[in-house]
Design a protein. Structure first.
Lengths: 298, 336
């Protein structure tokens, strides 16, 4: 009898009360209303800036300068967006961002999983050296390589080119670490099975190992795409003419340049930067979170 | 199952033909490669094939890594002992070795010192704030509620995936004084909000607030993964023994979350010690250098063309990061 009622009691417990012994059980069925309330308030606080940004992108400059600020647009219009894509070169920036992000993501998925597999499953001379070098550079701050990297890219004549923006990011130590950690957890019998069937080492990798790496590849892919899409400092330095700007670079320069008082335009630009990444994330988020839980990043 | 299959079965890949001797029997389940290698010719060939395949797989990464990471790291190290300036790039032989001068110059530079204090302020307040927010959200989502988990998780993670530049555009509006959304909201409860970005006293708290908002989602997701590995039976056993929610959190959850906590602390600290983008897009380090960070000061020296000095500063940051990481590992490693 007391066992039966305990969960219900737990659910209706007032906020101040100490947890009864069955708190666990209760929390598994429905949860506490006050916790929902706190979470909803927190959620509103976290998401409000985005909502305000999107709503603001439909407002006129006059309305955006009103004090106190308005929440809903008084007269919504798409002017800011049409201006963005017709008078400013946002289509080009968008394409640059997409090209760089896709190339960088493909490069990392391919090259990092290749080396990750070799480090996890194969035995070869130089393995330890590579692994130690990769792990050491994980800790080195990006600013250390910044100057020589720029010199290198400049000497190669790649300043103000898209390859200059994406080449330095085609591989990353983090990706190798992540893929190695995941592949090392796969059963070694897979290799033997493949070898018995006469498959070469490369074929074993491509046809047996890689298809099993779904969650890890999803995690690495999303993280890399996000990182590249949002990357700001390097493209800002390398892209010098407007045709080579990526979205964040363009937005940053517009928000400090002559358009800096064009508030509606900036909010529309910010929305355009965020929407694609949001779409990618929404599509893959389940696998992504699975991946984080299973790749040993935790 | 025999060597025969290895040779006559499906033709092996053109690059690395599987050698005859290799399948010495998957049944004998040895460690790493699964197949124990008998000594002798065929096995030696197997090893060579494996080495060759491994290097084919490793090569693209290694070339790119050497060119764009390892080489710059080394070059930067040597540069930090020279007086390299931007104009020396065309005449590399006019560079002089000046020993530790750049390091002493960096450490005695008032702006670099100020930025070290600012960075410490940012890390010491920002990191605990971020981690507490993340842990609270993770625990609430893991054990507290059973519905709409995915919605909350996604909402809290949203700031992580957005571009800092877009975030800056929005937050400059939010932090405006007067008329910003934050000060308007504070006005409802009778608080006269400060001029966040214009007042040297409030600029750093504003950036800390923004950084915590932007980053706690990452830590939350990792905490969530860690919490899922805490067995529910342990909680139930503790509950039966009369342990309250808080006691169970401290004595059951936290010890088991230790490795996760270590990982989150180390990665957050590494990220926060390099804090740069927030001040760059929000305040340009101002007002009165109140938000100038170590990385920002280094970046400025790069911008001024003082490459040698910038390299020395970046290595100082690296040493700080390495020390902080080592200390965290020592404090939080699992006690055996």
């Amino acid at each position: 009898m007391s066992v039966d009622t305990a969960p219900r009691l737990a659910r209706t417990r007032p906020p101040g009360a100490s947890a009864p012994q069955s708190g666990m059980v209760g929390s598994h069925h429905g949860g506490r209303w006050w916790l929902y309330l706190i979470l909803v308030i927190a959620l509103v606080a976290v998401v409000a800036p985005f909502v305000w940004m999107v709503l603001g992108s439909f407002k006129s400059d006059g309305e955006l300068q009103q004090i106190p600020p308005t929440w809903w647009p008084q007269s919504a219009s798409l002017d800011n967006y049409t201006h963005l894509f017709t008078q400013l070169n946002f289509k080009q920036f968008f394409a640059n961002s997409a090209i760089v992000a896709v190339v960088v993501t493909v490069g990392n998925l391919l090259f990092c999983s290749m080396l990750g597999y070799a480090l996890a499953m194969l035995d070869f001379k130089g393995k330890r050296v590579i692994f130690i070098a990769v792990m050491t550079t994980l800790m080195i701050p990006g600013v250390v390589t910044f100057v020589p990297l720029f010199v290198l890219v400049a000497n190669a004549g790649l300043v103000d080119t898209l390859p200059g923006i994406f080449l330095p990011f085609l591989v990353a130590p983090f990706g190798v670490f992540l893929m190695r950690q995941f592949i090392i957890g796969l059963p070694k019998d897979l290799l033997d099975a493949g070898r018995v069937d006469g498959a070469g080492e490369l074929r074993i990798f491509a046809q047996i190992i890689l298809p099993l790496c779904g969650p890890a590849l999803a995690t690495l892919g999303i993280l890399t795409f996000l990182g590249s899409w949002n990357n700001f400092l390097w493209p800002l330095v390398v892209a010098q003419s407007e045709e080579k700007y990526t979205l964040p670079v363009a937005l940053a320069l517009y928000s400090t340049g002559q358009n800096s008082t064009n508030y509606g335009l900036l909010l529309a630009g910010a929305t355009v930067v965020i929407i694609p990444i949001l779409a990618v994330f929404l599509i893959f988020q389940r696998r992504f979170i699975e991946g984080i839980a299973t790749t040993g990043i935790k | 199952m025999s060597a025969q299959t290895g040779m006559t079965g499906s033709p092996a890949g053109p690059v690395t033909p599987v050698p005859a001797g290799l399948p010495s029997g998957p049944g004998n389940g040895s460690t790493r490669q699964g197949s124990a290698r008998p000594s002798g010719g065929p096995a030696g060939r197997g090893r060579r094939a494996e080495t060759r395949a491994a290097w084919v797989l490793a090569l693209p990464f290694c070339i790119l890594f050497l060119a764009f990471t390892a080489w710059p790291v080394i070059q930067s190290f040597f540069m930090s002992f020279t007086d390299t300036k931007a104009k020396d790039l065309k005449h590399p032989f006019s560079v002089n070795v000046i020993g530790l001068d750049n390091y002493t110059k960096a450490l005695s530079d008032p702006i670099f010192r100020k930025s070290a204090v600012n960075t410490a302020y940012f890390v010491l307040i920002g990191m605990p704030l971020t981690l507490v927010m993340a842990l609270a959200a993770a625990v609430a989502l893991d054990k507290g509620i059973s519905r709409f988990r995915a919605v909350f998780r996604l909402g809290f993670y949203l700031p992580v995936i957005t571009s800092i530049v877009a975030v800056a555009v929005v937050w400059r509006f939010l932090l405006q004084d007067p008329g910003g959304l934050i000060n308007t909201a504070l006005g409802w409860v009778g608080i006269d909000g400060p001029n966040w970005l214009g007042d040297p006293k409030w600029s750093m708290p504003a950036l800390i607030m923004m950084a915590a908002w932007r980053n706690f989602g990452t830590a939350m997701i990792i905490f969530l993964a860690g919490l899922q590995s805490v067995p529910a039976e342990l909680h139930e056993a503790a509950a039966i023994d009369g342990a309250g929610v808080w006691q169970r959190f401290r004595n059951v959850t936290m010890p088991l979350l230790r490795p996760t906590l270590l990982f989150v602390m180390v990665t957050t600290a590494i990220g926060y010690l390099q804090f740069f983008e927030e001040p760059y897009v929000m305040t340009q380090g101002g007002p009165l250098n109140s938000t100038m960070s170590l990385t920002y000061a280094t970046f400025n020296q790069f911008g001024f063309g003082n490459y040698g000095l910038a390299a020395a500063m970046s290595y100082i940051i690296f040493v700080v990061i390495a020390i902080v990481t080592a200390v965290q590992f020592r404090l939080l490693r699992e006690r055996s």
